[in-house]
Design a protein around this ligand. Structure first.
Ligand SMILES: [Zn+2]
Length: 152
């Protein structure tokens, strides 16, 4: 005997623009059109189902967001019931030069695979203290920078 795989075990989060909050639960399907249908109260069966699963937001509508796994989709007005993928938030875009600072109080950039700390200081000549981003900005090493700031 084959046990059918439950179709309603798709964890989703719905953010309702109208209610300005989200609901997390299980959908019957991972298909966006099915989800749109499931989370709209068209007849009494829908109302009963949504009450049963604890969905207390308004019916899905334009501007609402559906998150399935790592993907988020926003319900669009163009062509009734179309969805646009919301790009995942890229936190590295907020970091200076895309890498951030090496240490608090240092102007030097953090070393990454693409930005290795493999260059010498132009002032004292110490090896492997600057990254290519540091050199492009004309920086010297932290020790030289500290000395320069203290006026020695
Ligand atoms: Zn130096």
């Amino acid at each position: 005997m084959t046990v059918p795989v439950p179709q309603w075990h798709v964890p989703i989060t719905i953010y309702s623009q109208f209610a300005n909050r989200s609901w997390t639960g299980m959908a019957r399907s991972a298909n966006l059109d099915d989800i749109f249908r499931e989370f709209n109260r068209v007849d009494q069966k829908d109302i009963d189902h949504l009450t049963e699963i604890g969905y207390d937001l308004p019916s899905l509508s334009v501007g609402d967001r559906v998150t399935i796994g790592p993907e988020t989709w926003v319900c669009e007005p163009i062509g009734w019931r179309s969805y646009q993928r919301v790009p995942p938030y890229d936190w590295t875009e907020d970091l200076i030069d895309g890498v951030g600072f090496a240490n608090p109080g240092s102007a030097l950039r953090r070393a990454t695979r693409e930005n290795p700390r493999n260059l010498p200081c132009p002032n004292c000549g110490e090896e492997n203290v600057l990254t290519p981003l540091d050199r492009a900005r004309g920086y010297q090493c932290d020790r030289c920078a500290d000395l320069a700031e203290r006026g020695w």
